[in-house]
Design a protein. Structure first.
Length: 132
């Protein structure tokens, strides 16, 4: 079963630009974090939102093309087709709007925690089903 692709547009602010004149690398991570949170909140039930939180274990980023001030940015995300215990891989592609190829590709490994105890939790099948 294929995962749903969730997308959002993000503005580029002057503060996002580094001394080389393009979007700073850390901004790509901010996009990945913000779209992951938005995707989670859009698909999770109220009960899931109350009972679970996610933390990042690892980010891998491949930068392909620079984004500049004035570019319109589209960010797309989806999750792997299966969670592995408490871990679930998330993929993010960041595009200059209208581009065929992404400016950056990110793979992040997230870990599910109990919202109250902050202990690691296995990703339940009903949660996986909400995203596939």
């Amino acid at each position: 079963m294929a995962a749903e692709v969730f997308s959002q547009r993000f503005p580029i602010d002057a503060a996002d630009i580094d001394e080389l004149g393009h979007v700073n690398n850390i901004v790509y991570l901010r996009y990945a974090q913000e779209i992951a949170i938005a995707h989670w909140r859009s698909r999770a039930t109220a009960e899931m939102l109350a009972n679970f939180v996610w933390v990042v274990m690892r980010h891998e980023i491949d930068y392909r093309a620079a984004l500049m001030l004035g570019d319109d940015v589209e960010v797309r995300t989806w999750v792997d087709d299966a969670a592995r215990g408490p871990a679930w891989a998330r993929f993010v592609e960041i595009y200059k709007a209208g581009a065929e190829k992404p400016s950056a590709q990110i793979k992040s490994n997230w870990c599910l925690l109990d919202a109250k105890t902050r202990r690691i939790r296995r990703v339940p099948p009903e949660l996986v089903a909400r995203f596939l």
